[in-house]
Design a binder for this molecule. Structure first.
Ligand code: SAH
Length: 209
């Protein structure tokens, strides 16, 4: 899998190392285990999908280019919106000091909690709730990453981003067709936004279920 990521242009050593360390098949139903190391998004129930390894790697590389991550060589304290099966949280935890991950679908949250209980549980904090509100008790975050795409970046995420921090999230493309990855950097003066790859993520929904 890591060779394929390299072939896709992923070069950051900590990103490749993190993806190499987390066994993706553990996060999938037994019927899908045979596809665990293909570069696909796969169903995890409740209409949701596990992100493809390339997408997880690409978002992490973008986070590593943020100022705090460059200065500290780690993603620092990370907020993830959309725990899903917990795969990306486990990968992020290999390169972060702490990962706070929020999920709005109760059965997915429960399952991720079981799956992650023995993997770096000391560094991962799972929260059940509406991630559009972020998670103020652990803010500010050096890195914020969303695994679900909304119309725009919710204001609490911008407020909870540390100075020097970076946020990466899929958001509706400016022409209204599809989604793009939006990067937001925060410095002493404010927030700067840039647009990156075209992507396809599940929708960012409100409330819990
Ligand atoms: N990072 C996950 C990807 C899961 S797909 C992984 O590695 O598998 C995205 C997830 O975002 C879904 O589980 C969906 O339920 C969740 N989601 C969508 N809107 C949300 C919101 N407002 N708050 C929290 N989670 C949300």
């Amino acid at each position: 899998m890591v060779d394929r990521l390299r072939a896709q242009g992923i070069v950051h050593p900590q990103v490749l190392d993190a993806l190499n360390r987390v066994a993706r098949h553990r996060f999938l139903d037994s019927a899908l285990v045979g596809q665990a190391y293909a570069d696909n998004a796969l169903p995890i129930g409740h209409g949701q999908t596990i992100s493809s390894p390339t997408v997880v790697a690409r978002m992490m590389e973008l986070l590593f280019e943020g100022r705090n991550a460059r200065a500290r060589a780690t993603l620092g304290r990370v907020l993830e919106i959309g725990t899903g099966c917990g795969y990306q949280a486990a990968v992020l935890a290999c390169a972060a000091t702490q990962v706070v991950s929020i999920e709005r679908v109760r059965p997915l949250y429960d399952k991720a909690r079981d799956l992650l209980s023995d993997v770096r549980a000391d560094r991962i904090r799972l929260v059940f709730g509406d991630g559009r509100l972020g998670h103020a008790p652990n803010a500010p975050y050096d890195s914020i990453v969303s695994a679900a795409g909304g119309e725009d970046i919710p204001d609490p995420w911008l407020q909870q981003l540390a100075i020097g921090g970076r946020l990466v999230a899929p958001t509706r493309a400016p022409d209204g067709r599809g989604q793009v990855l939006v990067v937001v950097d925060r410095d002493e003066k404010g927030w700067t936004r840039s647009l990156h790859d075209a992507v396809r993520f599940v929708p960012l929904k409100s409330g819990t279920e």
